[in-house]
Design a protein. Structure first.
Length: 219
């Protein structure tokens, strides 16, 4: 299994993004949390900031939209040239249609589910998505501990992906660190969002390599 580590810039210095991007240059992608203060209680930044990040970042951007009007705005994020756009099942009126529009704009289409949301509607439409994101905390704030009750969904998603034979990434986001990444990888996740676990490290690239090694060592 190829392991990917996507540091979340929710834990970065918001006035020094370009500097902090350089400190995570060994990552596979940079996870960009877009929050509107409505779909989740936190507020981060919007389209103009992401467009500027796309101009200065040396690594691909993995944009996670935690916003209410995702059906209107998701394609505009894809149009900036980012690698991947993730939208929430809970926020869209038509997940399949939106995923197709994101793909048509040139980005990977990814779908996320909150801890309390089932995977049935996602797994019944697997060919429409390039990545599934299982939230392992309630979205909105960094630094939360992983919710154990979410891990069965990781295993269920992996089983469905394997059965389908499709190349779909399985991402987890929330509370991922050196103490649990190997266990979550064993359940089938291959793409790991890590915020404070990376940005609190003295050497962030070294920490990314450490997390990748821990997850890759899983048989």
């Amino acid at each position: 299994m190829s392991v990917r580590v996507h540091p979340s810039i929710l834990s970065a210095d918001f006035v020094n993004f370009e500097r902090d991007f350089s400190s995570i240059s060994s990552c596979d992608s940079i996870h960009v949390d877009v929050m509107d203060g409505h779909f989740v209680p936190n507020l981060t930044f919007g389209l103009p900031m992401v467009a500027r990040m796309q101009e200065v970042a040396e690594r691909p951007l993995d944009v996670h939209l935690m916003i209410e009007n995702v059906d209107t705005l998701a394609v505009r994020y894809a149009d900036t040239g980012v690698q991947s756009v993730t939208f929430h099942l809970e926020a869209t009126r038509d997940a399949v249609s939106l995923a197709r529009k994101i793909r048509a704009a040139g980005a990977r289409a990814a779908i996320a589910v909150k801890p309390g949301t089932g995977l049935e509607d996602v797994l019944s439409n697997l060919p429409e998505f390039d990545m599934i994101l299982v939230m392992t905390v309630e979205p909105g704030f960094g630094g939360q501990p992983l919710l154990e009750a979410t891990l069965q969904k990781v295993a269920d998603a992996r089983a469905a992906i394997d059965k389908s034979g499709l190349e779909i990434l399985l991402q987890v986001d929330g509370g991922i660190d050196a103490s649990n990444i190997a266990r979550v990888a064993k359940l089938g996740a291959d793409t790991f969002v890590a915020g404070s676990a990376v940005f609190k490290a003295a050497d962030r690239n070294e920490q990314i390599a450490h997390l990748r090694d821990l997850a890759s060592a899983t048989p």
